[in-house]
Design a protein around this ligand. Sequence first.
Ligand code: NIG
Ligand code: FE
Length: 419
Amino acid sequence: MPRKAELVVLGGQVITPKGSTAVCGGDMKELTVFEQGWVACADGQIIGIGEMGELEDRVAVTTATTVVDAAGKVVAPGLVDPHTHLVFGGSREDEFYLRAQGADYMEIMAAGGGILSSVKATREASLEELVERGLQHLDWMLSQGVTTVECKSGYGLDLETEIKQLRAVQILNERHPIEVVPTFMGAHAFPPEYRGREEEFVDLIIDGMLPEIARLNLAEYCDVFCEKGVFSVEQARRIMTSARELGFKLRLHADEMTDLGGAELAGELQAASADHLLKVSDRGLAALQGAGVMPILLPATAFVLKKPYAPARKMLNRGLPLALATDFNPGSAPVPSMLLVLSLACLYLSLTPEEALNGATINAAVSLGRSERLGSLAVGKQADLVVFGVKHYRQIPYYVGANLVETVIIRGEIVYEAQ
Ligand code: NIG
Ligand code: FE
C-alpha cells in the first residue's frame, strides 16, 4: 500500500540540489529538475517526489490530503540563511545615510557608533521588545521563502545582555515556525567600558561568558569578528579554542575589510564556516579547502557598504563550495531578503542561478550541520518547501526586488500564503 500523503504540492517545476552533502566547484551548476513534478509530505517529512505520471503508484492522495496547486509555478526547498544578526534593539538609519554620502563603516565604528550604537540600544531593550522585533524580522524572512536561519548574539557585550539576546532566540523558536540556530558572538566588538583594556575583555569572554553560555545551553556555535581594529587573529584563536573545548562549533567573520588571516585561522581550527571573505588571500582559500570549511558569502553587505565583492568564481574554480547568506543586521546589511541575495549573487558574484540556489539551500544547511535533514528535497528529509509564482527557477533571481513567494511549507504545514 502506498503511504498516505497529508499534503501534496502538484504540477510545478520542482527543483532540488542533488544529495545531502556539500556541493563543490563545478558541481554547483547542477540541480535536479522535475518539469511537471510533485512532492508529497506526511508527519512533517517528504514521503515522495517525482514527475506527475508516477504519483499514483508512489503515494495515496485521499480526500483528507491538502493539495497545493503549483501548476505553472516553481517548487524549491525552503531557503536557508546561515548568517544573520536578527535580534537587536534600535536601528541605524542615520548611519546608513551618512555612509550613502561617503562615510566609512569602520570609521563610524571607531568613533563609537556602528555596532556600539546597537549595543547601547540592545542593552536598553527588554527581552519582550527583542522578541517582538525578532518576530517581525522572521516574518519578513518567511515571506521571502526562508525556513531556517542562523542568528548571532553580539549586541550585548556583557553577559547579561548576551544571555538576553540568546533567550530571545529561544523564545523565537517557540513562537515562530522558522528554525533559528543560535550562535554566541560576544566577540563582536570591544565595549566602551573596556576601552584600553582589550585583553581583559577577551579574558572575560573566555572565563566569564563562554562557560556560562555553555552551562545554560544557549548557543550551538561561537563566532568572532576577526578584523583589524577589532579582534586580532591571536585573540580570535584564543576565544575559539576555548569555545571548542566547551563543545561549541565554530564560525568566523573572516577577511571582511582586511586580509588579516581569518580564513587561515578558520582552516586551522576546522571551523564550520568562514564568512564574508571580501579580502581573502590565495593562502586563505587554500586553508579553507584543506580543512573542509564552508565559505559563506554575503553580497548584500558588499552592496550596502559599496565594497568590492568576494572572489566567488575564484573559489569555485578551485573546487571550493560556497554558501550564501543575508548577514541581516542593523548596520552593514539591513537586508532580510534571501531573494535579493540570490539576485546580487548572480549579478555581482557572477554565479549562475543554479549555483546561487545550491548556495542558499544545501550548502547553507551543510554549514549549519543540518544537511541530513534540510536543504534539499528527498524522501525522509524535513518537508520545508517554497512555491514561487514564476514559471522557471531561473526567473527567481531575475525579477530583482520582486517578492515571488506564494506559499511556504515548514515541516509539512502551510505556514505562509501571499495575500
Ligand atoms: O557581519 N562585521 C561585523 N558584524 C556585522 C555587522 C554588524 C553591524 O554593523 O551591526 C557584519 O557585517
Ligand atoms: Fe555578520
